[in-house]
Write a protein that binds this ligand. Structure first.
Ligand SMILES: [Zn+2]
Length: 389
């Protein structure tokens, strides 16, 4: 049933956008809305855990779609430029992407000419469960329905974790979207971000949306459910391309004039004006990766170092309550020894693990500071662990 609804949503979206160009066709449906709305900023709530101090690694798979004869698509340098936009947007918040240097080519003229069909719920043959699949089409493919170019994700934080970007933007196709922050925008949807105008502009897919007030008084339960993004009336791409200033005007229900953030990645600003996500948007992304099961599958996180670096030791949470996880999946294949010492250098426990997520039971340990000793190919790495119950 869900697949049928999603298909209908995609069809409705494509039809609605037939008259004016947009760069995004993603539905605002999210299976995780209850996890975040009206809970994100309540200190005593179980979901208040602050994941901002952690660094995250997101595994990605890049697919370039070409014609049957291998022509068209994107060059290696274009793909690298495209991934540079992701880094620009997310690295400042210690969110990194791991491609492993492999570009997968799909030579299929039918798919090349029908980019949106890769998002069809039945079309999962190239998808991965342990990474986000990024489907990159040609700069010059003109979709017969939605026009010059656009991106699309499965929904907001929805499964499967995939997105696509095709074509170009502008009256003369002068802005290729694969090499723009539209890629980062679609990644934002995959990682549980709504449009900043969500709810202020009614969008398909979310049954209980509502307009955000300029004064921010309802920003946790309306709009994009993020409190540090200003109310956005829907920029509609009506932005001065040189100054990035919104050329429209309007007031909210309280009579306050809108002052939107035209540089926000999740707005409908001009593609060349999209620049950043806010601190709270980054926190939403990290919280979603930590809590939502299908986003856990595509990401790892750690309290120290870059989790995409196979040389680093990934462990969480810290502080720990009943369990401490060692994520050894990214490390070279080996059997790894570990020991836990208390604050008096007394060994409390020891174990060994191959390349899996090793879960250490800490339920019976007294609260306090401990030291994890980990032998990484003969080299001792020590991490301070706090146990709190
Ligand atoms: Zn979008």
């Amino acid at each position: 049933m869900k697949k049928i609804i999603l298909s209908l949503v995609i069809i409705v979206f494509l039809s609605l956008n037939a008259v004016s160009q947009t760069f995004c066709e993603t539905s605002s449906y999210s299976p995780n809305k209850d996890l975040f709305v009206n809970t994100d900023r309540i200190p005593n709530h179980q979901y208040y855990i602050d994941y901002m101090p952690y660094s995250f690694c997101v595994k990605i798979y890049v697919h370039v779609i070409r014609r049957d004869d291998g022509t068209g698509g994107q060059s290696v340098s274009n793909v690298n430029d495209a991934l540079g936009y992701l880094d620009d947007a997310y690295n400042p918040y210690n969110i990194f992407f791991d491609l492993n240097g492999i570009i997968h080519y799909i030579d299929d003229t039918y798919l090349y000419n029908s980019p949106s069909s890769i998002m069809n719920p039945n079309n999962t043959q190239y998808d991965h469960q342990n990474g986000i699949d990024i489907y990159l089409f040609d700069d010059f493919v003109n979709h017969p329905i939605s026009g010059n170019g656009y991106g699309m994700a499965s929904g907001v934080g929805d499964n499967p974790t995939k997105l696509m970007v095709t074509g170009s933007f502008g009256a003369n196709n002068e802005y290729p979207l694969v090499r723009s922050h539209v890629l980062s925008h679609e990644m934002g949807h995959v990682l549980n971000l709504w449009h900043t105008h969500h709810g202020t502009v009614t969008e398909t897919g979310d049954p209980d949306q509502c307009p955000e007030f300029v004064d921010g008084s309802n920003s946790d339960i309306c709009g994009d459910y993020i409190i540090d993004t200003p109310a956005d009336p829907g920029l509609g791409f009506n932005v001065d391309t040189s100054t990035c200033e919104w050329l429209g005007s309007g007031i909210d229900q309280n009579g306050e004039p809108y002052e939107p953030d035209e540089l926000n990645l999740m707005s409908y600003s001009h593609p060349t004006c999209l620049t950043h996500i806010t601190y709270r948007q980054a926190r939403r992304v990290k919280t979603a990766m930590a809590l939502v099961e299908h986003l856990q599958w595509v990401s790892t996180y750690t309290h120290s170092g870059n989790p995409c670096d196979p040389a680093s030791l990934n462990y969480y949470p810290n502080s720990a309550d009943d369990k401490l996880n060692l994520d050894l999946r990214n490390k070279p294949n080996n059997t790894y020894q570990y020991y836990l010492y208390d604050n008096y250098s007394v060994q409390i426990l020891s174990g060994e693990s191959v390349n899996v997520i090793e879960t250490i039971n800490t339920l019976t340990l007294d609260e306090g500071v401990y030291f994890l000793h980990f032998y990484d190919n003969g080299e001792l790495v020590i991490k301070q662990i706090v146990i709190t119950h």
